[in-house]
Design a protein around this ligand. Structure first.
Ligand code: CA
Length: 216
């Protein structure tokens, strides 16, 4: 009986680990023409101008964990490194109305985009040095198909990677899984508490609708 209770407790604690509250969830919102989509509940807005801007564009956010002493910084640019100054902009994304059936469907109405076809470089600062994090990325637009690879380049070299692939005229239904247009990878923060992710798209310029980051 004791052993059974022990096993149950272990399973419950493992389950709660998996369901950890994200440290930060960001919804990129295109601002400037027409109406930007509402911010997905549970996410914080990162407003991006529809006008072309040289990166990095940056914003800071309060982490959902008071053990973090400072704000988390998020910056996005295009090129090969976080300090490159390629052009980025917010873009409204046309989505199938049935996408609203997805639990995170509201994320996909706009995105931050690379305008020159080079990879989007996303850096997140204010993390714990040497700590592992899981980052979930969300991307979709029905104006064009995408085949994106997301690579951890925190160390300066290509580390762990994941992929998001979509077809522009995909019809959504109640049974479309949430993870259909998302992918996640594990990244370890460097000595300064930073992770850097590179997003490339075989079918055109890469885009990112939003992301969530959680401690492992
Ligand atoms: Ca948005």
């Amino acid at each position: 009986m004791k052993a059974l209770v022990l096993i149950l407790c272990t399973l419950i604690s493992l389950g709660s680990l998996c369901a950890k509250t994200p440290l930060l969830a960001v919804d990129f919102n295109a601002q400037g023409k027409g109406a930007a989509s509402p911010t997905m509940p549970g996410f914080q807005p990162f407003d991006v101008s529809m006008t072309e801007a040289n990166g990095p564009v940056a914003a800071s956010f309060s982490p959902a964990d008071n053990l973090y002493p400072s704000q988390l910084g998020v910056s996005v640019t295009t090129g090969k490194s976080e300090s490159d100054s390629g052009p980025v902009a917010g873009r409204l994304c046309t989505v199938d109305p049935s996408m609203a059936n997805l639990p995170l469907g509201a994320l996909y109405y706009d995105a931050i985009c690379s305008l020159d076809g080079n990879p989007l470089i996303v850096s997140i600062t204010g993390l714990k040095a040497g700590k592992k994090y899981t980052i979930e990325f969300f991307s979709f637009t029905s104006t064009r198909s995408g085949n994106q690879t997301l690579t951890d380049i925190t160390s300066g070299e290509g580390g762990e990677f994941c992929a998001i692939e979509w077809v522009k005229d995909f019809q959504f239904s109640d049974s479309t899984p949430e993870e259909e247009f998302s992918a996640s990878l594990t990244a370890t923060a460097d000595a300064s508490g930073k992770v850097i992710i590179s997003i490339s798209n075989k079918l055109g310029s890469p885009l990112l609708s939003g992301f969530r980051i959680s401690e492992n």
